[in-house]
Ligand binder design. Structure first.
Ligand code: SF4
Ligand code: SF4
Length: 428
């Protein structure tokens, strides 16, 4: 796509990046077919190609309006369009630039500013968030049904094994996950402990920076990244093998630290080192499959049951559930990780039900479900329809945001897949 940047963007780092990305777009429109907001709204300006065109106009000097901002706000940053695009357009990076410029020029209404500030304050303060969550959980029974679905029931944490192995990995505790679903990180620690890896958390680390990033608070996001880098580098120096992510939304952010801090001479190298050491828990466990497999219980003969081939039927002692798996966009499109979770769950004996439209976002998308509730609800209903089509006993996913968002729309239990793996190993 031919572009002529406005003078104010010429020869700037941001302008050069945007121009390089814009030039790769050949305007083919393939990305429209997989864009969730285009699927729901049917407006080209709510598609990747339309948004790219809007951002190009702004970078070429057009004055953005509140409408321009609305079309950019409606983007889920699911990056499904990047997976589909045959030209390798780095849409996510362009959107970061476009949103920042448009926000600077258009601003926000007082109401939007208050909502966004409240979200940042509430989500980034574990004390505030956990107190509000506990209060909500204690009053859950008294609330009307629609409110109850939005407050997850209290969840026991389970035991985090004390570090005892020479092999060690760090985990990002996360900002809201320890309050909402504390068992996810303890289950991860138990699975890794069984294969000879101790999982530890760095005390001074906190939110990965994604909450501020989603809310267009560039400086707040960079500050969170620098704080985590300072907390993690000493552990890498001391021999920790990897930084494990149990929420794919955090993983995609931390893997991007090198890019986000590329122009910071004090942090660029350290950020790249952190990004390279960061792995989703599925990547770690796929690499450790040889250690994991013997821990799965051997199949046992089920008396009286005969296989289709005529021999005795074999099952694990656990009742293996039929489960539907939702791969978060941050895992499949953001981190380009596909198939790992399915392999691990199948090897653990679970039956995965077929799910249509796996590529589509569920509508959670960080703070999106709060800021764009109508679109988020439509996407949730569509996703749950697909997930429940095979009558699963349980839905599993790999990101706390998707988990709580989906659970608010169904009575089928929604859990993190690593919890199932932990329970399988414990019963073997
Ligand atoms: S698929 Fe890629 S090249 Fe084609 S319009 Fe979309 S972003 Fe541009
Ligand atoms: S990131 Fe997702 S919602 Fe945004 S334009 Fe791309 S496909 Fe559409």
């Amino acid at each position: 796509m031919q572009t002529t940047l406005a003078e104010s963007f010429c020869n700037t780092a941001e302008g050069d990046t945007a121009e390089r990305i814009l030039r790769n777009c050949v305007h083919c429109g393939f990305c429209l077919a997989t864009c969730p907001t285009y699927q729901i709204l049917g407006n080209e300006l709510d598609s990747p190609r339309g948004r790219i065109y809007l951002m190009k106009q702004v970078l070429e000097g057009a004055t953005p309006t509140a409408k321009t901002q609305q079309h950019l706000d409606r983007c889920l940053t699911c990056r499904n369009c990047e997976t589909t695009c045959p030209s390798g357009v780095e849409y996510g990076k362009l959107l970061d630039i476009g949103r920042r410029i448009v926000e600077e020029k258009v601003g926000r209404s007082a109401r939007e500013t208050v909502t966004r500030t409240a979200l940042k304050t509430g989500l980034l303060s574990p004390m505030l968030f956990n107190s509000a969550l506990k209060l909500g959980q204690s009053m859950r029974g008294l609330m009307p049904g629609f409110l109850q679905t939005r407050i997850p029931a209290a969840d026991p944490a389970g035991i985090w094994p004390a570090p005892r192995h020479a092999r060690r990995m760090l985990v990002l505790a996360g900002c809201v996950q320890p309050g909402l679903k504390p068992n996810i990180n303890t289950a991860t620690a138990r699975v890794l402990d069984r294969i000879g890896i101790s999982l530890i958390a760095a005390e001074k680390a906190g939110c990965c920076g994604a909450v501020a990033h989603h809310l267009n608070d560039h400086n707040g996001s960079l500050a969170a990244m620098r704080r985590n880098i300072d907390a993690w580098i000493p552990h890498l120096d001391a021999g920790v093998e990897a930084i494990v992510m149990t929420a794919s939304g955090c993983g995609v952010m931390v893997k991007d630290y090198g890019w986000q801090l590329r122009d910071d001479p004090a942090y660029a190298d350290k950020a790249a080192r952190i990004a390279a050491a960061t792995k989703d828990i599925s990547e770690i466990l796929i690499a450790e499959r040889d250690a994991l497999k013997p821990l799965m219980s051997p199949a046992q003969e089920v008396p009286g049951m005969v296989s289709p081939g005529g021999g005795a039927t074999h099952r694990s002692p656990l009742t293996k559930k039929r489960i539907a798996y939702h791969p978060p966009c941050t895992l499949q499109h953001g981190q380009k990780l596909t198939g790992g979770v399915e392999t691990l769950l199948t090897e653990a004996g679970f039956e995965l039900t077929p799910v249509a439209e796996k590529h589509l976002c569920c509508g959670s998308a960080g703070t999106y479900s709060i800021l764009q509730p109508d679109i988020a609800e439509q996407l949730k209903e569509r996703k749950l329809g697909n997930l429940q089509a095979g009558s699963p006993e349980m839905i599993v996913t790999a990101n706390i945001g998707c988990l709580t968002h989906l659970q608010s729309g169904t009575t089928v239990p929604v859990r993190h897949w690593v919890e199932l793996l932990d329970e399988t190993l414990a019963a073997s």
